[in-house]
Design a protein around this ligand. Structure first.
Ligand SMILES: [Ca+2]
Ligand SMILES: [Ca+2]
Ligand SMILES: [Ca+2]
Ligand SMILES: [Ca+2]
Length: 169
């Protein structure tokens, strides 16, 4: 009988040891408060909660830069990207976010879409700023005086010339 009790106790300890060991693994979904900042229950890097190179090397289960993860024991961590313009994720208040530093492409570095009046020639714009450019970024044809206007101007100039000639006499 004593042997049976010993065997049961041994089995119980074995199960406990297995349970404890598994609870220490990054990616098991249980946050080990000793070294894990998060545990989202997967083996993926780049989703906010790192996995590292293995479940046992203690380099995983850290909150990745630019992310915020929940840390409640017994619950899977939920990670959400911090609101950053330039992280490649379009978030609240951003018109776009292409994650690059090219300020002249289809998304500006301030996460705004190109527009007429921003000083950069974008798709669909004939011009943007400068002389002969309208408010809707189309080119304005140069002003050519009409024939009647030219005749008027010449007549006025001639009249002015006659006036001065008459005065000098
Ligand atoms: Ca992960
Ligand atoms: Ca963003
Ligand atoms: Ca860009
Ligand atoms: Ca523009």
């Amino acid at each position: 009988m004593k042997k049976i009790y010993s065997l049961i106790a041994l089995s119980f300890m074995f199960v406990l040891a297995i349970g404890f060991a598994s609870a220490c693994h990054c990616g098991d979904g249980i946050i080990n408060l000793a070294w894990e900042q998060c545990d989202d229950g997967n083996h993926i890097n780049g989703d906010g909660c790192s996995y590292g190179s293995s479940s046992l090397d203690h380099t995983g289960c850290q909150t990745e830069s630019g992310w915020n993860c929940t840390r409640t024991w017994g619950k899977l961590s939920v990670c959400t990207p911090l609101l950053i313009c330039g992280n490649g994720i379009k978030q609240a208040g951003e018109e776009c976010d292409d994650g690059n530093t090219n300020n002249l492409d289809s998304c500006r570095n301030n996460c705004k879409l190109p527009y007429c009046g921003d000083g950069n020639l974008d798709n669909g714009e004939e011009c943007d700023g400068g002389e002969n450019c309208t408010a809707n970024c189309t080119t304005e044809p140069p002003i050519v005086p009409e024939f009647g206007t030219i005749i008027c101007m010449l007549t006025a100039l001639s009249a002015l010339g006659i006036f001065f000639i008459v005065r000098r006499k």
